[in-house]
Ligand binder design. Structure first.
Ligand SMILES: Cc1ncc(COP(=O)(O)O)c(C=O)c1O
Length: 412
């Protein structure tokens, strides 16, 4: 079979029996009960919007009805609302290998990138760099920051040796949102340390999927989102990690929640001494409570098991797609990959719509990528086998050519 580079490769052999055997041995199998994926859907989009854990729905109901509805404003203290950005941050810290006190949940990834990059640019000076293939918002935000500060914006190709000492801040995704290629955090941090570059890691496609060890790898700054593998809900708040010296960084969105003592109502801003200085305005408690409950699923989960299962699920699907003649931009079966695979197909949008009509939900990334996510907490190997069957059948019958599958929504 042909890969994107034209190479012929030998794929991992799989059969439906292999898939069922892997399900029988799967240490994560018990976790699928934590989700209610009723309706016969095979959900291959947990890398974009994780499905609701039952306990997150129950918590939402409790927070809304009891904490808000009954206890009213008393809940800021009594239910721990005020501290949630930090208590929730501590749960995420465990997943990314960071000290609990260095992580805070706040705002969106976009806004956290702005706060962190602006603080680091103010300290380091130099050019602001973001690889050309990064998720658009990362580049857009840094473009805005460069314009605001008159800094040079660089968009290097990741293949070039771009860690030069005239760069102050570089933004890198730990897992590429299109290809699922995985960055080598420790190696890049060692190079960055030599060049005096501060790297901000975008962990959106890595958190809750890969066993990260940011502190061990020398990574000092990161952001990531709560609504993908963390299953925190649509628009769940994001997180920000600033190691150690984070308390010496001046971020520009100096809202009252980042003040050392918000309820002193001082006239002048004085930043908190810890990661809370990266907070800005009032935290969204309903969203935070859903994320907080969703994070508890990871309490007794070994992320090595999660990463290994995502790799195998992706290998299974990719092997079959390649054997059916599709091309991929993702690492090949057997090569290290994040939790999704992307297949290149000119009519990818239509194929994804046709698959959704058959109950297999993936997504489309312009101009021609069909993206399938393999979130290991709720998917079985048999699910992924059946999804590959559906894709292969669609390609054979060309059922995707039906006119209803060409209609485009605002979100793809
Ligand atoms: C790598 C990456 N960064 C950032 C975002 C989005 O950030 P925000 O939370 O600001 O919407 C996404 C969304 O899919 C993403 O994949």
């Amino acid at each position: 079979m042909q890969t994107e580079s034209g190479l012929t490769i030998i794929t991992v052999p799989f059969s439906r029996d292999d898939a069922e055997q892997l399900d029988a041995e799967d240490p994560l199998r018990r976790l699928s009960d934590a989700f209610d994926l009723s309706g016969g859907v095979i959900y291959l989009d947990g890398n974009s919007l994780g499905p609701p854990p039952k306990q997150a729905l129950a918590r939402l109901q409790h927070t809304a009805a009891d904490e808000w509805g009954r206890d009213l404003i008393r809940s800021w203290n009594a239910a721990g609302w005020f501290d949630m950005p930090k208590t929730c941050g501590a749960k995420i810290a465990r997943l990314i290998g960071a000290p609990a006190e260095d992580v805070i949940v706040s705002d969106s990834v976009s806004i956290n990138i702005f706060k962190l990059a602006a603080a680091l640019h103010k300290r380091n000076g130099g050019a602001i760099a973001v690889y050309e293939n990064e998720f658009p918002t990362d580049g857009y935000i840094l473009q805005g920051l460069a314009a605001l500060t008159d800094a040079e914006l660089r968009r290097p190709n990741p293949a070039d040796n771009s860690l030069t000492d005239d760069i102050g801040v570089l933004l890198v995704s730990a897992v590429d949102y299109r290809t699922a290629a995985v960055a080598d955090i420790a190696t890049m941090e060692a190079q960055a340390a030599n060049a005096g570059v501060s790297i901000i890691w975008d962990l959106s496609h890595a958190t809750g999927l890969l066993p990260l060890d940011l502190a061990g790898d020398g990574a000092r700054y990161a952001v990531g989102c709560g609504y993908k593998y963390l299953n925190g809900g649509p628009g769940a708040p994001a997180f920000l990690y600033a190691r150690g010296d984070g308390a010496a960084l001046d971020q520009p969105l100096t809202g009252w929640m980042g003040h050392a003592d918000p309820f002193a109502f001082d006239a002048a801003y004085r930043p908190a001494e810890d990661a809370r200085r990266f907070a800005c305005g009032t935290p969204p408690i309903l969203s935070l409570s859903a994320l907080d409950a969703a994070l508890d699923i990871f309490d007794d989960v070994d992320l090595n098991d999660v990463a290994a299962k995502a790799q195998r699920l992706g290998d299974l699907f990719l092997s079959r797609a390649l054997a059916a003649g599709l091309r991929t931009v993702s690492p090949l079966p057997g090569e290290r990959r994040g939790g999704h695979v992307s297949l290149r197909f000119g009519h990818g949008y239509e194929v994804i719509q046709a698959l959704i009509a058959r109950g297999v939900i993936g997504d489309f990334r312009a101009p021609d990528l069909m993206r399938f996510g393999f979130s290991p907490l709720f998917l079985s190997y048999a699910d992924v086998w059946a999804a590959a069957d559906a894709l292969i059948d669609l390609l054979k019958t060309e059922d995707w050519r039906r006119p209803e599958f060409t209609r485009r929504g605002k979100v793809t």
